[in-house]
Design a protein around this ligand. Structure first.
Ligand SMILES: NC(=O)c1ccc[n+]([C@@H]2O[C@H](COP(=O)([O-])OP(=O)(O)OC[C@H]3O[C@@H](n4cnc5c(N)ncnc54)[C@H](OP(=O)(O)O)[C@@H]3O)[C@@H](O)[C@H]2O)c1
Length: 322
């Protein structure tokens, strides 16, 4: 089969399109013939070596497709089933081996592309809004990178929970995307000082929660726009790693809460995984959640897809089609 392989950490050029042996499922595993793989920022962190993965490796943490073989002991799935998954490395390939415990059935009304597009970013938006800081009616949330993959989904889920959403975006044409997702206010944070704007928009009161995936460029100012006892939810670092924080800062700025969550800890059990993915698929199938597929690249074009994402071009989900 064909796969993208990374032999050394580095720039996009380390993503090589190669022949790889056809993988065989072991006990408890299924082989998925991938119809679409999703691109995520974590793929970039791993390619650069910011998150360590043992070399060589096939990148990609999410895909959807059809099961074409199962290993011993797999009873929940059979060849021919349509499935999706996230947080299992190796999706930039024609076939992937996935533990059956990580697979989610794709229901009627959801396409393979839509399923691949929603798993990782959608379950992230789901846990951020429903579990990490459970939003309720009347809360005010600041969502950075609001026109991005997670951003558009997080805004939609925050709105269905009744929150007011202030979003930031990095380009003028991204404003409409954040608004279409439901953002009440949108700040162009490369032109405007988002701290001053959030204070102005909230009459000085600040927000209950900041959902920050940008990291280095936004984190410290984000602490300044929180109400007393507000939540700083730092869930990514697309602009670079955040420097270490002195806990005293949280006291000085209003007895704040700081958390750095990750999807693995919010899909700990099979029930939690199926619950989050099930909500997303149901909302999609009934038109309550819109997943915007921005671009699809061929598997051999993985380097172009990474370049596109690193250059802040994404306006929704980017897929790789084997
Ligand atoms: N913790 C978790 O469980 C979890 C799970 C999934 C994703 N994440 C994180 O969520 C974030 C968004 O992921 P995504 O896959 O949905 O990507 P994305 O939002 O579609 O793309 C990242 C966005 O970050 C913004 N950005 C700001 N500064 C940037 C810079 N210097 N370089 C590149 N982008 C920059 C850009 O939007 P603007 O141009 O609008 O600023 C860019 O489009 C990432 O930080 C990712 O690591 C975390």
């Amino acid at each position: 089969m064909k796969a993208i392989r990374v032999h050394t950490y580095g720039d996009v050029d380390v993503l090589l399109y190669e022949d790889a042996p056809m993988p065989e499922p072991g006990p408890g595993e299924a082989r998925v013939k991938i119809g679409a793989a999703g691109l995520n920022f974590i793929d970039i962190y791993q390619r650069r070596g910011w998150y360590k993965v043992s070399l060589p490796f096939t990148p990609g943490q999410e895909a959807a497709g059809v099961i074409d073989a199962i290993g011993e002991g797999v009873t929940e799935f059979k060849p021919g089933d349509l499935v999706a998954y996230a947080m299992v490395l190796g999706a930039y390939a024609e076939y992937a081996i996935v533990p059956a415990s990580r697979l989610v059935p794709i229901p009627p009304g959801v396409s393979i592309e839509q399923a691949a597009a929603v798993m990782l970013q959608g379950m992230t938006a789901h846990y951020l809004a429903l579990t990490t800081y459970p939003l309720k009616s009347g809360d005010v949330a600041l969502v950075h990178a609001g026109s991005g993959g997670v951003g558009q989904l997080l805004i939609q889920i925050a709105k269905r929970l009744g929150a007011r959403v202030i979003a930031t975006v990095g380009a003028a044409d991204k404003v409409a995307l954040a608004q279409a997702a439901g953002a009440d206010d949108v700040i162009l944070y490369r032109e405007q000082d988002f701290e001053a704007e959030v204070k102005r928009l909230t009459d000085g009161a600040g927000v209950h929660v900041v959902y920050d995936s940008v990291g280095k460029d936004t984190f410290l100012k984000g602490l300044n726009v929180l109400r007393p006892r507000g939540y700083m939810v730092l869930y990514g670092q697309s602009s670079g790693m955040v420097d270490p924080v002195d806990p005293q800062v949280l006291s000085q700025k209003g007895s704040l809460f700081l958390t750095r969550p990750t999807l693995g800890h919010y899909t700990l059990t099979r029930a939690e995984l199926l619950g989050r993915a099930g909500d997303l698929f149901r909302w999609m199938a009934t038109g309550q959640l819109h997943v915007r597929v921005d671009r699809a690249f061929g598997l051999s074009e993985a380097a172009d897809a990474h370049r596109y994402m690193e250059a802040r071009q994404t306006r929704g989900k980017v897929l790789l089609i084997p």
